[in-house]
Design a protein around this ligand. Structure first.
Ligand code: FES
Length: 129
């Protein structure tokens, strides 16, 4: 992907136990704690992403897994992860259930852009971490 940021996957968490997750196309980079899913970390840091069930069942949160590795602590259906439009060689993930196992880059669909809740409230992002 020619538009990939400088985030490179690594296999060990930061000393504080976080992995970095970069979300395209918004180019938002967040830290995700070992006990958080990607959606949980986005919410903690003031972003709202598209989701519905948050249980891995509906696919509403589905994103392209551009780089890195995620794990699911409870089983998720491969059919739900892949969705109906997965391109050959492309990996997808369910951010509502995905725990990063490395630094990760995901790409949301154009209709699934992040909402910066804190900016909408006029609040500083540093206060959330
Ligand atoms: S919100 Fe339903 S699978 Fe993620």
């Amino acid at each position: 992907m020619g538009d990939t940021p400088d985030a490179r996957a690594i296999e060990a968490p930061r000393p504080n136990g976080e992995f970095q997750v970069t979300v395209f196309p918004d180019r938002i980079r967040i830290g995700v704690r070992a006990d958080e899913t990607i959606v949980d970390a986005l919410r903690r840091q003031g972003y709202r992403s598209r989701y519905k069930c948050r249980r891995g069942g509906c696919g509403a949160c589905r994103a392209v897994l551009v780089d890195g590795t995620v794990a699911y602590r409870t089983p998720v259906s491969e059919t739900v992860v892949d969705g109906p439009d997965r391109e050959p060689g492309q990996q997808k993930c369910l951010p509502c259930r995905a725990f990063p196992q490395s630094d990760v880059i995901i790409e949301l669909g154009e209709r699934d852009r992040l909402v910066d809740v804190l900016a909408g409230l006029g609040r500083s992002r540093e206060r959330t971490t």
